[in-house]
Design a protein around this ligand. Sequence first.
Ligand code: ZN
Length: 237
Amino acid sequence: MSKPDIATLVKLQEAETEVVRLQEVLERVENEKNKLASRLKQFETALNENQEELERAQKACRDNELEIKTIDERIVKSNENLRNVTTNKEYQVLLREVDDNKKRKDALETELLELMDEREKSSGIVTESQKEYQMLEEQIRSEQAEIEKRSSEDRALLNEYLEQQEEIGKTLDPKLMDRFRRISKMNQGSAVTQASEAVCMGCFMNIPPQMYIEVQRGNELVSCPQCSRILYYGTIK
Ligand SMILES: [Zn+2]
């Protein structure tokens, strides 16, 4: 191995560091977007529940009103029949019927007042939560758009670094490229690091003296015995 390879590897590492950083940023952004979407979804579910509640209250009112109407018709009919009765017994039966129906109607009317009250409350809740939902939706949409804008810049940058790595890769021995990839994977995106005062700056372990001399000479690629990172000495640009 010759010295220029080290310089190339250092460039490759610089791009790798950026690639890993940007991938992490983009992943966080994706999580953030998902979190916002699920918050909106939760609110939507609550809104739907409120709407269902209102529909139930509306139906209860309608059912009650319909029953009152039926009873009214029955009372009218019983009153008509009262005019045609011939016996006292029939008269008593019909009178009781009218009386029972009137009682039932009273009870229904009392119930209807409560049901109407519930319907009104429920309607207020729906209106309120629709307003809140619209506000939240607007807020979340704009946050998501902002996130999208930022992350598209990061994605473009990530692609630049990936292309840069590909270009560098063309000039490197494929075996060396494989070695770089493998070590990078082991160390969360760090495959090449400086050795300073006989210490690996990647894992901060001491490098054996003979090995450190080889690193300083730079005639061959030396891996740290602890973390496997490829070591270089001094500042390489
Ligand atoms: Zn090390």
